[in-house]
Structure formats: C-alpha cells, structure tokens
Design a binder for this molecule. Structure first.
Ligand SMILES: Cc1cc2nc3c(=O)[nH]c(=O)nc-3n(C[C@H](O)[C@H](O)[C@H](O)COP(=O)(O)O)c2cc1C
Length: 192
C-alpha cells in the first residue's frame, strides 16, 4: 500500500487539527497516512527521518510563526541534511501546509520555505490543484468555502486563537481532506 508521511509541528494544537484532516484525506485517497509530530527543535530526529524516508510521499506541515516555518520544523529540515547526502528523498512526492492566525499572515513565505526544502531534496512537488475559493469575488472568508484562502502552492488554513476544535473552520478542514486525497493519488501514481 502507498504510504504518506505527514511530518508536522504544532505548538498550540491548531496545525495538528489540520494534520489530522490531511491524514483523513490520505485514507480517502487510498493510501496509509503516517502522522509524525515534531515536539521540540532539540529532539532526536533519527527515527522520524527513517520513518519518513520509508514512506512514498512526505507532506510537511507547520504553523506560521513570524512569517516562516516554526523552529522545530526548521530543526527537522536541517537534520534532514543527512538524508540529502544519500539522496534518500529524491523523486518522492512532497507537499506542504501551514496554518496561521491572520488570513494572509505571510503564509506564502512558510510554504515557500517548505517548497525549497523539497526541491533541495529533488522531490516532486504537488500543489493543491484547487480553484480559488472566491470565484465570485465576495466569499473569500466564508468559513465553509473550500480553499477559501485561494492557495495553489500548498494548503493554507486559518484559525483564531479559539480552541483548535473551533477553528480552523469546517471549510478549511474539508480543504485539508481534499488536499490529502490528492497527494495520496499522486504518490500512488508515481509509485506505480
Ligand atoms: C511565535 C509566534 C509567531 C506567530 N507569527 C504569526 C505570523 O507571522 N502570521 C500569522 O498569521 N500568525 C502568526 N502567529 C499565530 C499562529 O500562526 C496561530 O496561533 C496558529 O494557529 C498557531 O498554530 P498551532 O496552534 O499549531 O501552534 C504566531 C504565533 C506565535 C506563537
């Protein structure tokens, strides 16, 4: 069976909700999700790197902190240089997601950092493939809209500082599910 690793950090639980929804979507897409949660920048990444390397695809997720990936995900990225030297992730499907408080909040920069990491590893990037969530120009932030933030390069969701079971919104969770299913589909295609 195709396996999709979801390597993510979440300081306060909101990005974790997105990661779970992405995992649901991966299952819907016919693959097995492997949720790998980073706890701290100082942890030993050896086992996590091995498990991610064994998967057919890797989806990287992070909250946007100060306009970029959080330091625990960045530490994982730097630890992955050992895999880079072996070409261990070359031609593996890659994708990225981020969640933050603001509707914009410099999320594009976070996804850009994830994209560059994937390209350094020679991975095959898959974006959302989704139409903008505001086709009429007036529903951008409708909470139930799919891809309401209109991102293509990767999955972008937004949450208020309310409890993670309140936000991100139902629309964002559905976007995450559809995104996970898409990555699973392309991981299986590339595997075959
Ligand atoms: C250190 C720090 C920096 C942040 N920087 C941003 C930012 O640049 N843009 C933004 O929209 N939100 C920012 N936020 C808000 C978080 O993105 C938001 O609370 C998010 O839901 C946190 O995800 P988490 O619960 O998975 O940690 C920041 C929060 C923290 C703690």
């Amino acid at each position: 069976m195709t396996t999709v690793a979801i390597v993510y950090h979440s300081g306060y639980g909101h990005t974790a909700v997105v990661a779970e929804a992405v995992a649901d979507g991966v299952r819907t897409g016919g693959a097995e999700p492997l949720l790998l949660k980073i706890e701290t920048a100082g942890q030993d990444f050896t086992e996590m790197l091995e498990r991610a390397s064994a998967a057919d695809a890797i989806i990287f997720g992070s909250p946007t902190y100060m306009g970029d990936v959080s330091s625990p995900l960045k530490a994982f990225f730097e630890a992955s240089s050992k895999v880079w030297m072996q070409g261990g992730w070359r031609n593996k499907v890659a994708a990225g997601f981020t969640n933050s408080l603001s509707l914009a909040g410099d999320k594009a920069n976070t996804l850009g950092s994830i994209f560059v990491l994937a390209m350094q590893h020679g991975m095959i990037w898959v974006g959302t493939g989704m139409a903008p969530g505001n086709p009429n120009g007036n529903t951008t932030s409708a909470p139930d809209a799919v891809n309401r933030l209109s991102y293509s390069v990767g999955l972008a969701t937004q949450s208020d500082n309310a409890a993670p079971d309140v936000t991100p919104t139902a629309g964002d969770r559905e976007t995450a599910r559809q995104f996970g299913a898409r990555i699973a589909t392309y991981a299986a295609k590339l595997k075959s």
